[in-house]
Design a protein. Structure first.
Ligand code: FAD
Length: 327
């Protein structure tokens, strides 16, 4: 990126669903906005990994909608063909039997969960591979320093990052840092695997309430995915924490063994990999919507401020944009 010759109205750091929601609302209001992410693409924890013959949503599995505002945008995304209802049967395993889980409406993006964030990125001014490493006051705005040596200047700054990553950047703002210091975000291991033969299980997803797994899903049962037996297996919070520094290969084998045990199968796999989410979800989300500093020029958004899920993250970014537009 060239260092912008002009000062941005708003710089949004983090192109997950919270940052994208905020950046879109501010852009639609006519502001000059840029969005930056340390990763090569947008999406954050709404991530999709392409395998050899399969794709895997290894972060967020699906999302639900409760707020009227969110229902409205979900309907727009459905009309645009980006989001579809996932109608597969969802069950829960209590250690002895599979039972139907709640009858919630679950939405997924196509062709993978990251597809929604790519769609929301649209025409936004996006700078990938820009990891913010520090920022400081400059005039009545902010100067931003990125790891790649580039800089930017903005009147207002939005951090839409997991709580620990936001806190690490708030060294010069001890009050705001202290406000969020207590938010704990736990790790989660995700294993992605494709089996060589069909598996005879009559569900698409299962909450596993026992042992090392917390959730397993037949990813290939979601709309728009390649055919096959692609599964995502999530380690439970306690198992993931206990194995946070384990090698990927060991994690893959352990969670695959737990799944084979659950499913009562010995079928071979043709793809197997693992991903560690260091900050998967907040144990104790703040549930205050969003946060802003006293000057009204620095805002924080993210799932950990608002319910810990996709809907909360989207709403947090949206609320922050509304707050910034009204002050
Ligand atoms: C394993 C797992 C399963 C989940 N399952 C579900 C589910 O089924 N349903 C549901 O609703 N939710 C689920 N969630 C939660 C959901 O994924 C999150 O609530 C939501 O995606 C968070 O969005 P966000 O924008 O707040 O943060 P993120 O998606 O984490 O976005 C933050 C972005 O900031 C970037 N970043 C970080 N530091 C910097 C920096 N210094 N400079 C620049 N960029 C930076 C990151 O690269 C990232 O793209 C799950 C999460 C995980 C990990």
């Amino acid at each position: 990126m060239m260092t912008p010759l002009h000062v941005l109205d708003v710089a949004v750091i983090g192109a997950g669903i919270a940052g994208l929601s905020c950046a879109n609302a501010l852009t639609q209001a006519g502001l000059n906005v840029a969005i930056f992410d340390k990763a090569r693409s947008a999406g954050g924890r709404m991530a999709t990994r392409r395998g050899e013959f399969a794709s895997f949503d290894h972060g967020a599995q699906y999302f639900t909608a409760h707020l009227p505002t969110f229902h409205e945008v979900v309907a727009q995304w459905q009309a645009a063909g980006v989001v579809t209802e996932w109608k597969g049967r969802i069950v829960a395993w209590d250690g002895t039997k599979f039972e139907d889980a709640d009858g919630k409406t679950r939405y997924v993006a196509e062709p993978g969960m990251s597809g929604l964030c790519r769609y929301l990125l649209g025409e936004l001014n996006f700078f990938a591979q820009h990891k913010l490493i520090g920022f400081d006051r400059e005039g009545d705005g902010w100067r931003l320093d990125f790891e790649n040596g580039e800089t930017a200047a903005c009147r207002r700054l939005v951090l839409a990052l997991p709580a620990p990553q936001s806190a690490a950047l708030l060294e010069n703002m001890p009050e705001l840092q202290a406000t969020i210091a207590g938010v704990i975000m736990s790790p989660a291991w995700a294993v992605m695997t494709r089996f060589s033969e069909p598996i005879n299980l009559d569900f698409a997803g299962c909450f596993v309430n026992q042992g090392p797994l917390s959730w397993v899903a037949r990813d290939s049962s979601k709309p728009g995915r390649p055919a096959g037996e692609a599964w995502v297996l999530h380690g439970s919070p306690s198992w993931s924490q206990a194995h946070v520094n384990e090698k990927e290969g060991n994690v893959s084998n352990a969670l695959l063994a737990a799944f084979r045990n659950l499913a009562g199968i010995q079928i071979g796999v043709e793809e197997l990999s693992a991903h560690r989410w260091l900050y998967a979800q907040a144990d104790n989300p703040m549930n205050v919507g969003c946060l802003m500093d006293a000057s009204g020029t620095l805002g924080l958004a993210g799932d950990w401020i608002n319910g810990s899920r996709v809907e909360g993250a989207w709403d947090s970014g949206f609320q922050l944009a509304e707050k910034m537009l009204s002050t």
